[in-house]
Structure formats: structure tokens, C-alpha cells
Design a protein around this ligand. Structure first.
Ligand code: FES
Length: 172
């Protein structure tokens, strides 16, 4: 299912991240980079291989505004952020130093990490503010992963790769 080219790409990514993390954390940094990279890329592979179904999550009015909250999808932790009718499910950790994004402030479609103040657009996860000078590719490279949602008749639905919606367990 995973081609040799994709494995090669994965190996290159692990190597690059390991080089960046080595001065900070030594050998454990290398292992962490490897685990994170593999998990992210496996997830992306699965997302593209499986068809998605729309899974009802909750009533729009039940979602808090002003701060992100945890949501578990088949046991994986994410955060859900709402600003008016805009609702997004995002990765549960900040892309700066992996701080949990639960309770991050959400205002004007912008989510602010509580640790160092990085800011992200909740509509596409892109970086709006970074705690250090941004490199030309920071905006894209540190983007939070988002999952497609839609609101219909006051119900929030999540697009998720599964054979049927009843195979997807949502827990808040
Ligand atoms: S961990 Fe989120 S800004 Fe640093």
C-alpha cells in the first residue's frame, strides 16, 4: 500500500527532523522525531486511502465559543474550535512545542496557544503568529492539521475516513 517512493520520502523527513532535534535533545530527540513523523504520515496515508463519511458530532449550540475543547475521535484526541458558525476540528497539540490546545483562546477565527502565544487560523490551521521570527515557510510548515467539518440544520458533522458513520465513536 505504501510505495517505495513514499518510504524514501518518509526516511528523508525523519532524517531532516532528527538533525534539527539532535542539538536540543540528543538521541531521544531523534527517536521522538521518528515516532511523530511516522504517526503523521501513516495518518495522512490512511486518510487518502479510505473514503470519508460524514459523522454527526453534536449540536452547534452545545459547542462553547471563546475556547477550544477536547474531542476524541475513535480514541484519538483533537480539539474543536468554534467561532460563530465556523467550526473546525484540529490536532490536539500546538505545532510549536506540542503543548495541549485544550482551553486555547478562540476569537475572530484565531486560536491562541496558552504556552507561548502562537496563533493559528482555525479555518485552515495556518500560522498567523509565531513566538520567534518566522522563516519563509513557517506559515505552511507549522500549520495545524485540520479535519473537514460542516454544519447542517444546527448539527456539526465531521468528515472521517470510515466505511460507515456508526464505526466512528465521538466523545467530548
Ligand atoms: S507550545 Fe504553543 S506556542 Fe509554544
Amino acid at each position: 500500500m505504501i510505495s517505495a517512493r513514499s518510504l524514501q520520502r518518509r526516511a528523508n523527513t525523519v532524517r531532516q527532523r532528527s538533525i534539527r532535534l539532535w542539538p536540543l535533545f540528543g538521541a531521544p530527540g531523534t527517536i521522538i522525531a521518528s515516532i511523530i513523523t511516522t504517526a503523521c504520515e501513516d495518518h495522512d496515508q490512511i486518510m487518502s486511502d479510505l473514503g470519508k463519511v460524514w459523522v454527526p458530532m453534536c449540536a452547534l449550540q452545545d459547542l462553547p465559543t471563546g475556547k477550544a475543547s477536547n474531542v476524541f475521535v475513535n480514541g484519538q484526541r483533537f480539539v474543536i474550535a468554534r467561532d460563530g458558525d465556523v467550526v473546525t476540528v484540529l490536532q490536539g497539540y500546538c505545532s510549536h512545542m506540542l503543548y495541549p490546545l485544550k482551553d486555547a483562546v478562540v476569537a475572530e477565527c484565531m486560536l491562541t496557544c496558552n504556552l507561548h502565544g502562537s496563533q493559528f487560523d482555525i479555518r485552515d490551521g495556518s500560522v498567523l503568529k509565531w513566538p520567534m521570527p518566522m522563516l519563509p515557510d513557517t506559515h505552511e510548515r507549522k500549520r495545524l492539521r485540520t479535519h473537514e467539518t460542516r454544519v447542517e440544520d444546527g448539527v456539526v458533522y465531521l468528515a472521517w475516513p470510515a466505511r460507515s458513520a456508526d464505526k466512528v465513536k465521538i466523545r467530548f
